[in-house]
Design a binder for this molecule. Structure first.
Ligand SMILES: [Zn+2]
Length: 243
């Protein structure tokens, strides 16, 4: 049975500390006696004690663990470690595999992307955008809705951080900001935790860095003239820069 998730999914949807501890368990060979059962997997994960752990094949966040957190229905490092084992079968993880990208960085490349590459970037952006979902209730679904926003922003962060610094990339980023703005203003996304807003501010910072590295990028900021009110005025530094 193949799980519905892969390493990227686990990376993007797990908070940093839990993910790193899970990697520690995985690399320490602490996941033992792994077996499939029903629609999931079970194992004994060795820690302070031996924990009985299970995760669903559909969603690794659905499962059980006999540790303190697991008993409180909180995702624990043992469940994530088992999920890692399920997707990687005990193979070594590379440094890249272990790197989570929750933060947006300015890319280090400058060269233009090919038409094909631009297409694939746009496709990945659309995929990430799907996780920026409206919150429609009931209230017990709020946390999973917020997880989904975090997952979307993590996927988008990885894409943004990988773009070369040039005008076409700047245009892609401005359009991304406008799409997110629309989701926040009219799309019913509940961003009271500031997950999406925080991501947007980071993208604006990256664009300001673009402008310093390659002033040609500032021309892309013109896309923002006359757009009217945005949800929280994120565009102001960019509009100022383009005057
Ligand atoms: Zn646990």
């Amino acid at each position: 049975m193949l799980p519905n998730y892969d390493l990227n999914k686990i990376k993007f949807a797990t908070d940093g500390p839990t993910f790193q501890r899970a990697v520690g368990l995985y690399e320490g060979g602490k996941i033992t006696k792994v077996e499939e059962f029903g629609r999931g997997y079970a194992a004994i994960v060795l820690g302070t004690e031996s924990y009985h752990v299970s995760v669903s094949a559909r969603n690794y966040k659905h499962g059980n663990c006999t540790c303190y957190f697991g008993q409180k229905d909180t995702l624990c490092k043992h469940m994530v470690a088992l999920a890692l084992y399920v997707v990687r079968g005990g193979q070594l993880l590379s440094a890249e595999d272990k790197k989570q990208s929750h933060h947006v960085e300015c890319g280090s490349r400058r060269e233009a992307l090919s038409g094909e590459e631009i297409k694939s970037v746009k496709k990945s952006i659309s995929l990430g955008m799907r996780y920026i979902k409206p919150y429609t209730g009931p209230s017990r679904t709020w946390f999973s809705n917020q997880d989904s926003l975090m997952e979307g922003c993590s996927i988008l962060s990885a894409i943004v951080s990988d773009l070369p610094v040039n005008r076409p990339s700047a245009e892609i980023l401005i359009k991304l900001l406008l799409r997110l703005d629309k989701k926040l203003c009219e799309g019913g996304v509940d961003d009271s935790n500031g997950i999406v807003g925080g991501f947007m501010r980071e993208v604006v910072q990256v664009l300001m860095e673009y402008a310093r590295i390659d002033p040609e990028c500032i021309k892309a900021f013109k896309l923002l003239t006359g757009i009217g009110n945005t949800c929280f005025g994120w565009e102001e530094p960019l509009v100022c820069e383009s005057r």
